[in-house]
Design a protein around this ligand. Structure first.
Ligand SMILES: *Cc1c(COP(=O)(O)O)cnc(C)c1O
Length: 371
C-alpha cells in the first residue's frame, strides 16, 4: 500500500530521545529552549514558544489577545475544524468566509466585503487566515485590511512550516502565528505545536498562559492570571530539533514531487476530470490535494484507489457544512467553494520519502479509477 504519508524519523533522533528520557528531565527543559532558539532563527522571528499541539497554539493566541464572549473572529470555510473550534470554545462568534478555488486559502475579496460590511452585534477582533496545505495566503492584503480596521491577525500556519512569501516565512507576518507538529505535518514531534510573535509583550503573555499563568521569580512562583498547561515535553523537543535540521531538504523534495505530480496529471486536467492546486514558489506542500470533477463521487474514488494499493483521503472540512457552530449561517452551504473542495477534494500520497516513481504509480491508479 502506498500510504498517504509517513512520518520521517531517523535512528539518530530516536537515540537522542532515549538519552533525554534516561536523563530524567522529561517536561519543559533545555531541549525545549534549544528547539525554540533554533525555530526562532529558522523562521526569523523574535519569539518562538513550543507547546503541546497546534490547537493549543491557536488557543494560546486567542487567550493572549483576550478574545472571548462579545467578540467575533473570521476564519476560512475550508480548513481543519481546530481553527474555528478554539474561537467557539473561547465563547467568541465564528464568522466563516469562503475560500479561493485555486489555492484553497481565504478569498480576499469576500474577506474584504465581510470586514467592511461588518454590522455586529459582536466586535470583530481578528482574522485567522489558514495557509492551507502550505500555500502562503496573501498576507500583505490581509494585514493591510486588518490594519485598516484595527484587527489582530492570527496565522494558522499549522500546515505551513517553511512556507514563505515575498521573502518572509508564513506564521511570522501577522500578530501571532501558530504551527502544528502533528505526524501529518512536515515536521513532527508526535503531538506538538509552536506559537510565534515579534511582540515581546504578547510573548510574555503566551509564555504565562502556556504554564498555568505563572512565572518563576527569585521568590518562587508568581501567578498572573488563570492559565493552562500547554507545555511540550523535553524529549519531543529533541525529535523536533532533529527534524528541523532536515526540513529545508525535505521541502525541496516536496517541491520536486509536486512538480512531478503536476506534470503527470496534466492529461487528466485536459480531459476535464480534475483540477490541480495553484503553485507558488513559497508553497511548502504539506498536502497535495486535487479536485475531482463533479461527475465523480470522491469517496468511491478513494475506495477504487485503495483496491489498487493507493491510500488517499479527503483534504479538509468545510466549516459551514459541519453545521456545529451555532453562529454560522449555513443556509447556502452548497454554493460555497469550501463545500466543493470538501466534497470533491482528494489528497494524494505525498511526503518527502516519495519520488517520481511513486507519483507515476499513483497517477496510473487514479487514471484507471476515473475511467
Ligand atoms: C493540523 C491542523 C491544526 C491542529 O493541529 P494539532 O497539532 O493537530 O492540534 C489546526 N489547523 C490546521 C489548519 C491544521 O491543519
Amino acid at each position: 500500500m502506498i500510504k498517504l504519508s509517513t512520518p520521517n524519523i531517523g535512528e539518530d533522533a530516536i537515540d537522542a530521545m532515549n538519552q533525554v528520557i534516561r536523563s530524567g528531565q522529561l517536561v519543559h527543559g533545555e531541549e525545549c529552549l534549544a528547539f525554540e532558539k533554533e525555530l526562532a532563527t529558522y523562521l526569523n522571528v523574535n519569539h518562538a514558544l513550543v507547546c503541546s499541539n497546534g490547537t493549543a497554539a491557536l488557543h494560546l493566541a486567542l487567550l493572549t489577545l483576550e478574545i472571548g464572549p462579545g467578540d467575533a473572529v473570521i476564519v476560512p470555510d475550508f480548513t481543519y475544524p481546530a481553527t474555528a473550534n478554539v474561537v467557539a470554545v473561547c465563547g467568541a462568534r465564528v464568522v466563516v468566509v469562503d475560500v479561493d478555488r485555486e489555492n484553497y486559502c481565504i478569498d480576499i475579496k469576500k474577506l474584504r466585503d465581510t470586514v467592511r460590511n461588518w454590522q455586529g452585534p459582536e466586535k470583530l477582533k481578528a482574522i485567522m487566515p489558514v495557509h492551507e496545505f502550505g500555500f502562503p495566503a496573501d498576507m500583505s492584503a490581509i494585514v493591510e485590511l486588518a490594519n485598516e480596521h484595527s484587527l489582530a491577525v492570527i496565522e494558522d500556519a499549522a500546515c505551513a512550516i517553511g512556507a514563505s512569501r515575498d521573502g518572509r516565512k508564513m506564521g511570522t507576518i501577522g500578530t501571532i502565528g501558530c504551527f502544528s507538529f502533528h505526524p501529518r505535518k512536515t515536521l513532527t514531534t508526535g503531538e506538538g505545536g509552536l506559537v510565534v510573535t515579534n511582540n515581546a509583550e504578547l510573548a510574555d503573555k503566551l509564555r504565562r498562559f502556556r504554564n498555568h499563568g505563572m512565572e518563576r521569580t527569585d521568590k518562587g512562583m508568581k501567578f498572573f492570571y488563570p492559565g493552562l498547561n500547554y507545555r511540550l515535553t523535553n524529549f519531543q523537543a529533541t525529535l523536533g530539533r532533529h527534524q528541523l535540521q532536515q526540513l529545508e531538504n525535505w521541502l525541496k523534495r516536496r517541491v520536486t514531487l509536486a512538480r512531478d505530480y503536476i506534470e503527470l496529471l496534466q492529461p487528466l486536467v485536459v480531459e476535464g476530470k480534475i483540477r490541480l492546486p495553484e503553485t507558488n514558489s513559497g508553497h511548502s506542500w504539506q498536502t497535495f490535494m486535487i479536485v475531482l470533477d463533479r461527475r465523480y463521487n470522491r469517496d468511491e474514488i478513494i475506495t477504487l484507489l485503495r483496491a489498487q494499493g493507493v491510500e488517499s483521503s479527503l483534504g479538509a472540512q468545510s466549516l459551514t457544512t459541519l453545521n456545529i457552530y451555532p453562529t454560522v449561517d449555513n443556509s447556502q452551504v452548497t454554493t460555497l467553494v469550501g463545500h466543493e473542495l470538501f466534497t470533491q477534494g482528494l489528497a494524494l500520497p505525498f511526503c518527502e520519502i516519495y519520488d517520481r516513481n511513486t507519483a507515476i504509480k499513483v497517477v496510473q491508479a487514479l487514471s484507471d479509477s476515473l475511467n
